[in-house]
Design a protein around this ligand. Structure first.
Ligand code: ATP
Ligand code: FE
Length: 346
C-alpha cells in the first residue's frame, strides 16, 4: 500500500510517501531560523509555522513522488507526543485530507516512528533493542512488533542532546551544541577533568545527565576563577571529558538493557547517534556481546515523515484505522503499561 505520512510534533514540518520499505519522497522543512533568537523552540511560533507550511509540504511530497492523492491508500499522521499546537496542525490537515478523499486515517505515535526506522532502512526483524537518543528523548525500547514496545529505562532528567547543547552554551560554543562540542573535543584530553557518571552505581537502565552539566559548570568556574578565562585547551579538555562521560553512561546502560532484553540486534536512533565517540562506545558493547549493531542514516534518525508513513503502513497492515475523533496528544507513552499508569492509554 502507498502511505502518505505527516509529521509536525516539534520543529520540523514534514510529509512523505512510502510504499512498503520504499521511500518515494520525504520532504522536511525545518524551523531553526525561526527559533534561533530564543535559545529553544517557541511552541506558538512552531504551531503557526506548521499550520502555514503543512499543505505545501504535502503537495511537494506528492509531486516529488509523482503520485496523486487519489493513488494513496492511507493517511498516517503523528498524533503525539509533542508540542500540542504542532501536533494539532498535522492532525487537522490529515483529517481534512481523509474527509475530502474518503481515505483511511491512522494516528501514529512519533516514538513508534523512530523505533521502527531500523526496519524501514535495513529491514531489521523483530525483536530488537532500540536506543533513542536525541535532543528531546533518551530511552531504551524493546521493539517486539509494530505495536508492541517495552520501555526498559530512560533519562530521569535531561536528554543527552540537550546536555550537549547546554554544554556548548556554557563554553561559548555555537548551537546546535553536539557537533560543536564534538569538534572541540577532538583535540582534548578526556581524563583531565573527573566528571561524574550518575546512576551507573544503581541497577536498571535509567540514566541521568543533569549532574554532568553541573559538574562541568563547576570545573569551568574553577578555571575561570584561577586564570581569568578559558584557553582553547581548557575548552577542548572540558568537551572531551563531557563527551566521554555521556558515551560511558550510554554504553554501560546499553550493556544492561541488552542483558535485560535478551535480543541479538541493537539499533541507535536520534541526533546524538551522529557522535563518533558515542557511536564507537555503543559498537564496542555490541561487539563484546555478539549483538548486531545498526545506526540508520542520520536524515532518517532525526525527525521526518517517512518514518511516520512507514509506521502508519505497518499499523494499516494490522488493521488499525482511526476516526475523525482522533485526538492530538501532548503525552503518549509507547509502552502500554506506562500508558495505563498515565491513565491516558489504549
Ligand atoms: P526529538 O527528535 O527528540 O524531538 P530533536 O529534534 O532535538 O528532538 P534530533 O534532531 O534527533 O533531536 O537531534 C538533535 C540533537 O542532536 C541536538 O541536541 C544536537 O546537539 C544533537 N547532536 C547532533 N549532532 C551531534 C553530535 N555530533 N554529537 C552530539 N550530539 C549531536
Ligand atoms: Fe523525534
Amino acid at each position: 500500500p502507498l502511505i502518505l505520512g505527516l509529521e509536525s510534533s516539534c520543529d520540523d514540518t514534514a510529509a512523505a510517501l512510502v510504499r512498503g520499505r520504499r521511500i518515494l519522497s520525504s520532504v522536511v522543512l525545518g524551523q531553526a531560523e525561526l527559533h534561533a533568537d530564543f535559545g529553544g523552540v517557541v511552541p506558538e511560533i512552531a504551531a503557526r509555522a506548521h499550520a502555514e507550511k503543512i499543505d505545501h509540504c504535502v503537495e511537494a511530497a506528492l509531486e516529488e513522488a509523482r503520485v496523486t492523492l487519489a493513488e494513496v491508500d492511507a493517511i498516517a499522521v503523528t498524533a503525539g507526543p509533542g508540542l500540542i499546537g504542532g501536533v494539532l496542525a498535522g492532525v487537522m490537515c490529515a483529517k481534512g485530507l481523509a474527509a475530502a478523499t474518503g481515505k483511511p486515517l491512522i494516528g501514529v505515535n512519533h516514538l513508534a516512528g523512530h523505533a521502527l526506522t531500523p526496519q524501514l532502512t535495513d529491514g531489521v526483524a523483530f525483536p530488537y533493542l532500540l536506543l533513542l537518543v536525541s535532543g528531546g528523548h533518551c530511552q531504551f525500547l524493546l521493539v517486539e512488533g509494530a505495536d508492541e514496545f517495552r520501555r526498559l529505562g530512560g533519562t530521569i532528567d535531561d536528554a543527552p542532546g540537550e546536555a550537549f547543547d547546554k554544554t556548548a552554551r556554557l563554553l561559548g560554543l555555537p548551537q546546535p551544541g553536539g557537533p560543536a562540542v564534538e569538534r572541540a573535543a577532538a583535540e582534548g584530553d578526556a581524563r583531565r577533568f573527573a566528571l561524574p557518571r550518575p546512576l551507573l552505581d544503581r541497577p536498571g537502565c535509567d540514566m541521568s545527565f543533569s549532574g554532568l552539566k553541573t559538574a562541568l559548570l563547576r570545573a569551568r568556574d574553577a578555571i575561570v576563577a584561577e586564570k581569568g578565562g578559558l584557553t582553547v585547551t581548557d575548552r577542548a579538555d572540558l568537551c572531551a571529558g563531557f563527551q566521554q562521560a555521556v558515551a560511558d553512561i550510554l554504553a554501560e546502560k546499553t550493556r544492561r538493557a541488552l542483558a535485560e532484553a535478551g535480543v541479538s540486534r541493537f539499533a541507535v536512533a536520534g541526533g546524538v547517534a551522529a557522535n563518533g565517540t558515542v557511536r564507537a562506545a555503543l559498537e564496542a558493547v555490541c561487539a563484546e556481546t555478539d549483538t548486531g549493531f545498526l545506526a540508520p542514516p542520520l536524515a532518517l534518525c532525526t525527525d521526518n515523515a517517512a518514518m511516520i508513513a512507514y509506521a502508519g503502513g505497518a499499523l494499516f497492515a494490522l488493521g488499525r484505522r482511526d476516526g475523525m475523533d482522533l485526538a492530538a496528544r501532548p503525552r503518549w507513552p509507547l509502552d502500554s503499561r506506562a500508558a495505563a499508569m498515565l491513565g491516558s492509554g489504549k
